[in-house]
Design a protein around this ligand. Structure first.
Ligand SMILES: [Zn+2]
Length: 262
C-alpha cells in the first residue's frame, strides 16, 4: 500500500550444507569490549544492532577491568544482550596488558607471567562478571591470543571453563573445547581492518575442504564506516554460503555432539 513502509527484517538464510550435510558453523569472536571511552562505543552499538537485525549470534570478549566501579548503563547493556541469547560474553582477560620487562623479555597478561598472577587475573575477571553482570564466563580467549603452560593448567582446573578460543590443543582436558584459529583465512588480514576481497579469495582456497567451523576474530570498536562495510560484505558472503552464526558455547556443544555421533 502506498505510503506505508513494510519493514522486512533480514533473516539468516537457512543453512545450506556445504558437504556431507553439515552447515558451515561460524563464530564471530569480537574482541576488546570496554567502556573506557565512557559509555558504549558507537562501534559496538553498530555491531550489536547489525547482529540483531540479521538474527545472527556472536561472542563478545570483555576486558574485565572495565567492569570495575558503578556503571549501571554499561552493565545493563551487557546483561540484556547476554540474556537475549544472541550474544555470549566471554573472558578476554582483566587488563589486556603487554610489556617488555627490564631484561628485554616480552610479557603478556597470560604469557611469561607467573601462575599466581594469571590465576589472580582469571579470578578477578570471573568475580567481576559474576558480581556486576550475574554472568558465569564459560569461554576464555587471551589478549593477543598469547598464553603459556600456566594458562592451560589454570583453565584445566576451572570447572566453569568450557571453551578456549584459539587455545592450544592437547593441553587441557577434553571437557574444554579448543576452538581453533582457522588456517589461511582471517577477517582482519591487517590488524583491525576487515577486508572482503582478501576474505573471499582465501575462502575460495579453503572451500574444497572446508573446516567444520570458522572462528573469525574482529575488533568492532576500531572499525570506521568503510571497515564496517567490509565486515557486512563478509557476512553477506558467508550467509550466501549457508553459514550459521553461533556463540562459542554453542559451537562447543555442537562440535561435541558431532564427535559423539556415529
Ligand atoms: Zn584483545
Amino acid at each position: 500500500m502506498l505510503g506505508m513502509f513494510t519493514f522486512i527484517a533480514w533473516r539468516q538464510a537457512p543453512a545450506q550444507p556445504l558437504d556431507g550435510g553439515r552447515p558451515l558453523l561460524v563464530v564471530i569472536k569480537a574482541d576488546d569490549l570496554t567502556d573506557e571511552k565512557r559509555g558504549i562505543h558507537p562501534g559496538w552499538q553498530r555491531f550489536v544492532d547489525f547482529i540483531v537485525s540479521r538474527q545472527m549470534k556472536a561472542g563478545i570478549g570483555i576486558i574485565s577491568r572495565s567492569l570495575e566501579g558503578d556503571k549501571p548503563a554499561y552493565f545493563d547493556w551487557i546483561r540484556k544482550l547476554h540474556a537475549s541469547g544472541s550474544f555470549e560474553f566471554w573472558n578476554h582477560g582483566y587488563d589486556h596488558k603487554r610489556w617488555t620487562d627490564n631484561t628485554g623479555t616480552p610479557k603478556w597478561e597470560f604469557a611469561g607471567t607467573s601462575e599466581d598472577e594469571q590465576k589472580l587475573h582469571l579470578e578477578k575477571s570471573a568475580a567481576l562478571a559474576r558480581d556486576k553482570l550475574g554472568i558465569t564466563f564459560r569461554t576464555f580467549g587471551a589478549p593477543f591470543n598469547q598464553t603459556d603452560d600456566a594458562t592451560a593448567r589454570l583453565l584445566a582446573a576451572d570447572p566453569d571453563c568450557k571453551v578456549w578460543l584459539y587455545g592450544e590443543p592437547g593441553k587441557t582436558p577434553p571437557a574444554i573445547f579448543i576452538a581453533l584459529r582457522p588456517k589461511g583465512i582471517v577477517l582482519e588480514p591487517t590488524a583491525l581492518k576487515p577486508d572482503f576481497a582478501a576474505f573471499e579469495k582465501s575462502f575460495r582456497k579453503i572451500s574444497p575442504a572446508p573446516p567444520p567451523y570458522l572462528v573469525l576474530q574482529g575488533h568492532p570498536s576500531f572499525w570506521g564506516d568503510s571497515e564496517f562495510a567490509e565486515f557486512v560484505r563478509i557476512i553477506d558472503f558467508l550467509t550466501a554460503q549457508g553459514a550459521e552464526f553461533i556463540t562459542p558455547e554453542e559451537l562447543a556443544a555442537r562440535s561435541s555432539q558431532a564427535r559423539s555421533s556415529p
